[in-house]
Design a protein around this ligand. Structure first.
Ligand code: NAD
Length: 466
């Protein structure tokens, strides 16, 4: 908890930083494409130079293994920066658009302009990647940014702060570390854009605060992402890819498969395959395996552990509070009403439901808020079409899990309760840009029918606009 004095000084500090960025933006420093390219290249070099320290911090905060951390927190950023550098000149060009027949003689085009000073708020589960990935979009689009990393991963937060604050102009980019009070102060500021990644309840707080000043927002939220295994699926491969998506970062991934729908005919073989692949990944004692991640803190450990009481354990189920680890677990929930089937699990527990007809899956998932992701394992394109057409969700994979979020060609974001807006690749640029529409009128002629003194104007308008 911050004291009243600290709150006041945080308020003053935030005030100064936002004013500084407003001035810096108005002075035009972030506008030139060359400058954006320079900043992105510097960012890339800094990530490279600090790679070891970033990986160490991720180990300390979340026990992430080097390979997992590189893949999900660093490699993905290099890919995003490379993509932005390759396409930025194309993205920033004004786009000519057609002229409507009612506007003959004029030309029309769209210009992408930066919003101005943006605020990026990030969570703890991918604490490095989720603070920097939106920043890439903010810079590419010509904005300044204040970044507020998660207080729950303090080692990563401090590295982000050092890396950015010691190497960039504070008018361009600045990291403000802190907890909820700091965020509350930030949300009172007149930002031009807010990009929030985190939970649904805090997303609502952010949107309410943004609404008071009509600040546009992107909300990257979470939810319960279903995973369906149809009877024709390659079961061993499905089990492997589901275990990968579920157990990376010990299940603390916004797009991790939250619960399973397995066709009744293949339930037993799926359970056997899942059990055997988890043993191959993490051995018979996963709690002792260095590669296996831990839960972020004891509050979340207790929350996830409590779900073990919500049904019958099929595999796993052991925990160790001292090291904040919970075994990869498969369970059959008692009903759809128990907490493990009502809340986002955000841990390595996988409840399994069965179905006979795909319509049952469509009906059940439709009872939940629209999820961030959905995964379907099948070779049958009719089943694929039925699921894709009848269930609304942010995005997902057929015959894989979580990999869709690592492609810069696929915009990533939720729908309904799982979020508003999307980013990655070109979408990051568009998210942080306002698209200004311009009509450039000719002076060579002046069609008279819109003026009040024109003759037969209604007849002409009706002919043109039917
Ligand atoms: P969170 O919402 O608790 O915290 C996110 C940020 O909000 C943090 O920086 C925190 O300091 C701040 N915050 C927390 N409480 C606040 C309050 N009352 N007022 C103002 N600010 C507040 O989320 P988390 O626990 O850090 O992350 C886990 C959640 O994030 C999960 O629901 C997960 O699905 C979601 N998530 C979504 C994505 C995505 O890309 N869609 C990615 C990662 C995580």
């Amino acid at each position: 908890m911050e004291t009243a004095l600290e709150t006041q000084s945080i308020e003053t500090l935030i005030d100064e930083h936002v004013k500084r960025q407003k001035d810096y933006f108005r002075a035009g420093h972030t506008r030139s494409i060359e400058e954006r390219v320079n900043q992105l290249q510097t960012l890339k070099e800094l990530i490279k130079a600090n790679e070891k320290e970033i990986l160490n911090a991720l180990k300390k905060d979340l026990n992430k293994s080097e390979t997992e951390a590189y893949l999900t927190e660093i490699g993905i950023l290099f890919e995003e920066i490379r993509f932005a550098l390759k396409h930025i000149h194309q993205w920033t060009k004004p786009k000519k658009v057609k002229t409507a027949r009612t506007h003959i003689g004029s030309k029309s085009y769209q210009v992408s302009e930066p919003y101005g000073v943006s605020l990026i708020i990030s969570p703890w589960n991918y604490p490095f990647q989720l603070a920097i990935a939106p920043l890439i979009g903010a810079i590419a689009a010509g904005n300044t940014a204040i970044i507020k990393p998660s207080e729950l991963t303090p080692n990563v937060s401090s590295i982000i702060a050092r890396m950015i604050n010691e190497n960039f102009h504070p008018g361009y980019m600045y990291v403000i570390e802190g907890g909820i009070e700091t965020n509350q102060q930030l949300l009172k500021q007149p930002f031009d854009y807010i990009f929030f990644t985190g939970s649904v309840p805090v997303g609502k707080i952010v949107m309410e605060a943004a609404g008071k000043q009509l600040i546009p927002v992107t909300l990257e939220l979470g939810g319960k992402s279903p995973c369906i295994v149809h009877k024709d699926a390659d079961i061993a491969l499905a089990a492997k890819r589901i275990a990968f998506g579920k157990l990376t970062n010990a299940g603390q991934t916004c797009v991790a498969p939250d619960y399973l729908f397995v066709h009744e005919d293949i339930k037993e073989s799926f359970i056997n395959e899942y059990t055997s692949i988890v043993k191959k990944f993490y051995g018979d004692q996963p709690l002792e395996d260095e590669k296996y991640g831990r839960i972020v803190n004891s509050k979340h450990f207790k929350r996830v552990e409590s779900y073990l009481n919500d049904g019958h354990i099929l595999f796993g189920g052991r925990t160790n509070e001292a090291i904040l680890k919970i075994e990869p677990t498969l369970m059959e929930p008692e009903s759809l009403e128990v907490p493990v089937m009502q809340e986002e699990i955000f841990g390595p527990i996988l409840p399994i439901l069965t179905y006979q007809n795909i319509q049952e899956v469509i009906d059940t998932t439709s009872q939940y808020p629209k999820p961030l992701a959905l995964y379907l394992f099948t070779k049958d394109s009719t089943i694929e079409d039925q699921v894709v057409e009848n269930i609304s969700y942010g995005g997902g994979c057929i015959n894989d899990t979580i990999m869709h979020l690592a492609s810069p060609y696929l915009p990533f974001g939720g729908v309904g309760e799982s979020g508003i807006g999307s980013y990655h690749g070109e979408d990051s640029f568009h998210t942080f840009s306002h698209h200004k529409s311009i009509l450039k009128q000719t002076n060579k002629m002046d069609l008279p029918f819109r003026y009040p003194n024109a003759k037969n104007s209604l007849a002409i308008i009706k002919r043109l606009m039917k």
